[in-house]
Design a protein around this ligand. Structure first.
Ligand SMILES: *Cc1c(COP(=O)(O)O)cnc(C)c1O
Length: 477
């Protein structure tokens, strides 16, 4: 494949516009700011531009094209009905600065989605403003800080298990806390003894991911909640993995005070390529005064946005979150209803267990199941034969499959973190398994094959070190 700059044909144009019949010299700009040479833009006809981008789109990999078992990310299929609803004129063509009486329907959807998520989360109140999970974490932690400030307590630490997603410590530090690591025990769960030692009057919250990034449910969650609450701390749920227990138990029942939802993971709104996302947060009653403004309220039959909240942490997003995402999540929840949401969780869990049980004959399983919606295998066995997890992942590309998350969580060597999601069929899972099995056999027979992979992709193996260190990838540099 060629770059569009390499396809340029001098003088080709996509559009011709009439010659100007007015004076076109730019008098306002001093001579020294005017270009001396034409910009080095590609010059192509319209059909060449269309073909270029159509070709690019066809080599791009995405969830509508194939299986995408990226652990932790929940790359599930998003029903198209959400897209069509989000593009109704009445949603697409409104402006956030319109008078509130002219956008009552839109406000009602935000209000109702907040109520639905409060019910799903077992929380008292929800705000849909944060634009992604990490943004929800930051918002939740700022709320925790404001809460303790108001109480006159100086708590400057956040406890985070060693299996956590990197955004957890990052958000803690940005919110002005110190991030302290809590060890996992041999079963891959929070070590409650270490937790009890660390949990003191300096700790504002424990940030927990349930199920954790190993796909394991914190079976001692009640004890954990007790340790944290007895010493005056808050329990924060990183809700990225909520598709594992939707409709079965609520985070509120488990003792959580704050939760962020990833609408783009759990509630069927697309993600990838950096957004847009939705990272709404839910809180229990005592934290409600600190939620970001504007808040959406209902007065009689009238919905309105208000900035009146003296203890609020303030604004965290322009207007009110990513509205398109809110519509899609609302449509998804209303379409499935309570029984449908429960089946999401059941199917996510059964799919992961099915695949895990097939794969464990060929790859190491560092933590015995049963797992929840995802699981972690290790390529240590393959590494002993000279083939790294990275090579196995690259080889999967030749089978036209997106590799799982690799080298995360950090506590597993040569980790492969696999989340099949609830939207995949048994046939797709079998196809993935067959590819993984073939690669495991190749590793034994002819390890040079996976080591040289991929062979069939438009670009072969990238120099990942240079790609990470030298971020300037512009064509002319
Ligand atoms: C995805 C994820 C996050 C971050 O969410 P974003 O929406 O990507 O910002 C945090 N924690 C876990 C466990 C995740 O999987």
């Amino acid at each position: 494949m060629k770059l569009i700059f390499e396809k340029t044909k001098g003088g080709s144009k996509s559009y011709t516009i009439p010659t100007l019949d007015v004076m076109h010299k730019v008098e306002a700009l001093p001579e020294k700011y005017l270009r001396k040479a034409k910009p080095a833009l590609p010059e192509l006809s319209e059909v060449d531009v269309v073909r270029h981008f159509t070709e690019l789109a066809s080599v791009n990999y995405h969830i509508d094209k194939g299986f995408y078992p990226l652990g932790s990310c929940t790359m599930k299929y998003n029903p198209k009905v959400g897209e069509s609803i989000a593009t109704f004129d009445g949603f697409r063509d409104i402006h956030p600065l319109q008078f509130m009486r002219t956008v009552q329907g839109a406000l009602q959807i935000i209000y109702e989605l907040e109520r639905l998520l409060a019910e799903i989360g077992g929380m008292d109140t929800v705000s849909l403003q944060p634009a992604a999970g990490a943004h929800g974490e930051l918002t939740g932690l700022l709320i925790a800080r404001a809460y303790f400030d108001k109480k006159g307590e100086r708590r400057h630490k956040i406890l985070i298990p060693d299996s956590a997603h990197g955004t957890n410590p990052a958000s803690s530090v940005i919110a002005g806390f110190e991030a302290i690591e809590v060890n996992s025990n041999a079963k891959g769960l929070v070590d409650t003894e270490s937790l009890a030692k660390l949990m003191d009057a300096d700790v504002a919250a424990l940030m927990l991911t349930v199920p954790n990034t190993l796909g394991l449910f914190e079976s001692e969650i009640e004890k954990i909640s007790q340790i944290v609450h007895e010493r005056g701390g808050l329990l924060y749920l990183d809700g990225a993995n909520l598709n594992a227990f939707l409709g079965i138990v609520t985070p509120g029942d488990l003792g959580f005070d704050i939760v962020h939802f990833n609408l783009h993971k759990t509630f069927g709104t697309p993600h990838g390529a950096g957004g847009p996302g939705g990272g709404g947060i839910g809180v229990q009653k005592q934290l409600e005064p600190f939620l970001p403004v504007p808040r959406i309220i209902k007065k009689g039959e009238f919905f309105e946005l208000t900035d009146e909240a003296p203890d609020s942490i303030g604004h965290i997003h322009i207007f009110y979150g990513n509205f398109g995402v809110i519509i899609k999540a609302y449509a998804y929840i209303r379409m499935l209803g309570a029984p449908g949401l429960k089946r999401v969780a059941e199917n996510a869990v059964i799919n992961a267990n099915y695949l895990m049980n097939l794969l464990k004959e060929y790859y190491d399983l560092p933590y015995e199941g049963p797992c929840m919606h995802e699981f972690v295998i290790s390529c240590e066995r393959q590494k002993a034969l000279g083939v790294r997890g990275l090579d196995v992942a690259k080889r999967l590309l030749d089978f036209e499959l997106h590799p799982p998350t690799i080298y995360f969580p950090l506590i597993v060597r040569e980790a492969f973190m696999i989340e099949p999601t609830e939207t995949e069929s048994k046939e797709t899972l079998d196809e993935f398994f067959e590819a993984m099995k073939k690669i495991a056999e190749e590793v034994k027979r002819s390890p040079d094959i996976p080591k040289g992979a991929p062979y069939k992709t438009p670009v072969r193996r990238l120099d990942e070190v240079t790609a990470a260190r030298s971020l300037d990838v512009s064509f002319y540099s």
